[in-house]
Write a protein that binds this ligand. Structure first.
Ligand code: ZN
Length: 234
C-alpha cells in the first residue's frame, strides 16, 4: 500500500527534530497519531510544549486537522530507576569516561520504540516515525541508523507484524532540518518550530534568540543555534 494510504505513529517529544518529523508525517501519511514519553526528565517543559505545538500546527499545516489523530502520553518513569543521567537528575552535562555525554540515557530509544511499536500494534499502525539523526548528533548509539534498522527487524519479528521505522532526518544536518521544515510548511512552519518547540537541556524558556528559546550555552542550544545560523546564511 502507498504511504499516502497508511497510518503512522510519530514519536513526538516536543523538540525541533520530532516536530519536523510530525510535519513530514502529516504530508506523507493518511492518518497520524503522536506518542510522548514521560521518563522522569528533569525539565518538564518539553512535555508542556508538546500540546501547544500540536494545537498551533492545526493552524499552520492545512492537512493537520483532517489527518491528526490521538496523542498518547506514555509513562516510562522506570528509566529513572535504571540510573541517573544529566537528563533525569541534577548532574553536570559533560563528556563521560565512556566517550558519551552524560545526557545519554542508556536504552532510551530502545524502550521508546518498543513501547511505541506495541501501542501501534494495538491501533493497527505499521509505521513509526522518529527524529533520530546520525549526521549532526551527540554520539548517542541508539540514534544510529544501524541500531534502528536492527530494532525494526526485531520488532517486526517479535510482533509477527511488519513494523517500518522512518527517520527522515537521519542524514540531514541541523541546517538541512530547518530547510526541510521550510519545504514542508514554509515560513509559517519554521516560525512555529522556532517558537513552540523546546530543545534546551537546561529547560530554559526565558531567553529568546533568533533560533528560539533556550539557555544558549548547553550542547543542545549550541547545535540548534549553529544549524539555524548556517541555514539562514545559506
Ligand atoms: Zn540550553
Amino acid at each position: 500500500m502507498a504511504l499516502a494510504d497508511e497510518r503512522a505513529l510519530v514519536l513526538f517529544s516536543g523538540g525541533q527534530d520530532s516536530a519536523t518529523c510530525l510535519a513530514w508525517a502529516l504530508k506523507t501519511f493518511a492518518h497520524v497519531e503522536t506518542a510522548g514519553f514521560d521518563y522522569g526528565q528533569r525539565h518538564r517543559v518539553e512535555l508542556d510544549v508538546r500540546l501547544q505545538f500540536i494545537a498551533a500546527l492545526l493552524g499552520a499545516i492545512p492537512e493537520a486537522s483532517a489527518k491528526l489523530g490521538a496523542d498518547h502520553r506514555l509513562d516510562l518513569s522506570l528509566v529513572t530507576q535504571l540510573g541517573e543521567t544529566a537528563m533525569t537528575a541534577d548532574r553536570a552535562i559533560e563528556m563521560g569516561a565512556n566517550g558519551l555525554p552524560t545526557t545519554f540515557v542508556p536504552g532510551r530509544n530502545l524502550l521508546f520504540f518498543t513501547a511505541a511499536a506495541a501501542l501501534a500494534y494495538r491501533r493497527g499502525i505499521r509505521h513509526l516515525v522518529g527524529g533520530m539523526c546520525e549526521t549532526d548528533y551527540s554520539g548517542y548509539p541508539d540514534c544510529r541508523d544501524d541500531t534502528l534498522k536492527a530494532l525494526q527487524a526485531a520488532l517486526s519479528l517479535g510482533l509477527d507484524s511488519r513494523v517500518t521505522i522512518h527517520t527522515p532526518l537521519m542524514w540531514l544536518d541541523k541546517a538541512a532540518t530547518w530547510g526541510l521544515a521550510h519545504d514542508l510548511g514554509g515560513e509559517a512552519l519554521v516560525c512555529l518550530i522556532r517558537d513552540k518547540t523546546h530543545t534546551c537541556y537546561l529547560g530554559d524558556r526565558s531567553h529568546e534568540h533568533d533560533w528560539g528559546y533556550g539557555c544558549g550555552t548547553c550542547p543542545a542550544c549550541d547545535l540548534r543555534a549553529k544549524g539555524w545560523t548556517k541555514w539562514r546564511a545559506g
